[in-house]
Design a protein around this ligand. Structure first.
Ligand code: FAD
Ligand code: NAP
Length: 337
């Protein structure tokens, strides 16, 4: 695990922003993590923990140490009909999904094709097609940077919420997740109510879908809507779906009767950020080297050679337009560095 200087991060962030890290190291085990944290270089530099770089926007070179987590390994333990699957933080999330689907471990098939690593899955409580990681999360182990201790976090400890967790909140920057355990099931209870899953299953003539069917259908829908980061730089949804009070929503709905909306916790209402952006005529817009994706306005893209600053400025423009038209302030989901 050599410590590298002036290291190019272009291939390590899915936005493909061409930036460098002052220092870079890749870590393959908890033991290596302890070792690097006993090196004074860690205390002398600010730190950025990197998984697959699929939820990040670099706005400048990183003037510190980037620690890429590549701790691997998958273990399985049966508990009645439940299956406890533990994976190293550096495992590729979608490879874990494929492994679980192939072995008949149900629970994460709706989260097929989400880029990134296992270690990042609890950070923003990844979610798609009606399933969030909190629904199957059992526990995770994490390295406390200040003390070098390994701590186990239960689901309650993680304080999961919509695209949020304690690791993005009050414990931000304090822990490195080293492994995650998911409680899956050997009995499939497929969830197909969300988005276009049912329609696509019907189109394929599938009436009693298996978890493999759901996984395949989710993959097909995603491929048809989202830009592939290996060809067009992006970090998925750039903004979170805003959640507003019922009274705010009532006023909005009277002005915009077509506005999509979904129930949110505490009697609040979730709006679709993509729809709001599209209504401001931003869908498929190209601005310099950046823009919004032609099939989903919520995804900002790098058409080639975009700088992080350029993407950031464009995202400001979108926030302003949405605020002016709807009075709603979009919050970025992507982590900015
Ligand atoms: P990174 O981008 O490397 O890091 C994200 C944050 O987590 C950073 O703050 C980083 O410091 C921190 N972090 C990473 N690893 C660790 C660790 N081991 N310990 C502590 N902190 C860590 N997200 C969804 O929720 N649902 C989707 O459907 C979805 N679809 C996407 C589609 C596309 C095309 C793309 C490009 C992105 C999508 N995303 C989606 C966003 C992204 O894939 C997820 O947020 C993913 O979990 C990020 O994983 P990562 O390993 O790339 O994290
Ligand atoms: P979509 O189906 O066009 O729906 C638009 C939005 O409406 C979604 O963001 C979704 O919110 C919400 N929605 C749709 N049906 C819903 C329902 N039955 N109940 C509650 N909310 C509903 O969305 P899409 O862009 O194609 O994405 C499909 C799924 O993949 C979504 O879950 C989305 O979050 C996920 N995704 C996430 C990212 C990311 O980077 N975070 C990128 C691509 C796709 P939610 O987002 O809250 O589910």
């Amino acid at each position: 695990m050599p410590l590298l200087e002036n290291y190019a991060l272009t291939h390590l962030n899915t936005f493909r922003i061409a930036v460098k890290a002052k220092l870079f190291i890749e870590i393959f085990s908890e033991a290596e993590l302890s070792e690097i944290f006993s090196n004074p270089v860690v205390k002398e530099n600010k730190l950025l923990i990197l998984g697959g770089g699929s939820n990040m926007l670099f706005t400048k070179d990183y003037d510190g140490l980037v620690v890429k987590i590549s701790i691997k390994g998958i273990g399985v333990k049966k508990d009645g009909n439940d299956v406890l699957v533990t994976a190293g933080a550096g495992e590729v999330w979608d490879s874990l999904v494929k492994y679980c689907v192939a072995n008949g471990y149900a629970g994460i098939e709706n989260l097929t094709l989400i880029p990134g690593t296992v270690g990042a899955s609890p950070i923003q409580n990844i979610g798609a097609y009606g399933v969030e990681i909190k629904d199957v999360f059992e526990s995770c182990t994490a390295f406390e940077m200040a003390t070098g201790q390994i701590r186990t976090f239960s689901k309650a400890d993680c304080e999961f919420a919509y695209r949020e967790s304690v690791f993005k909140g009050k414990l931000k920057g304090q822990y490195i997740i080293t492994s995650v355990t998911y409680r899956l099931s050997s009995i499939a209870k497929v969830q197909t109510h969300y988005g276009a899953i049912n329609t696509e299953l019907e189109r394929r003539g599938i009436t009693t879908p298996s978890i493999a069917d759901v996984s395949e259908v989710v993959a097909a829908i995603r491929v048809s809507k989202l830009p592939d980061p290996s060809t067009i730089g992006n970090a998925g949804s750039f903004f979170k779906n805003p959640i507003v009070d019922q009274s705010v929503f009532d006023v909005l709905l009277s002005q915009f009767p077509d506005m999509p909306h979904y129930p949110a916790p505490d009697g609040r209402v979730k709006l679709a950020a993509g729809w709001l952006i599209e209504a401001c005529t931003f869908k498929g817009v190209v601005e310099g080297n950046t823009g919004t994706w032609k099939n989903q306005a919520l995804v900002l893209v790098n058409h080639g050679g975009a700088t992080g600053q350029e993407v950031y400025r464009f995202s400001e423009k979108i926030i302003n337009a949405v605020q002016q038209k709807f009075g709603v302030i979009l919050e970025r989901e992507v982590n900015m560095f």
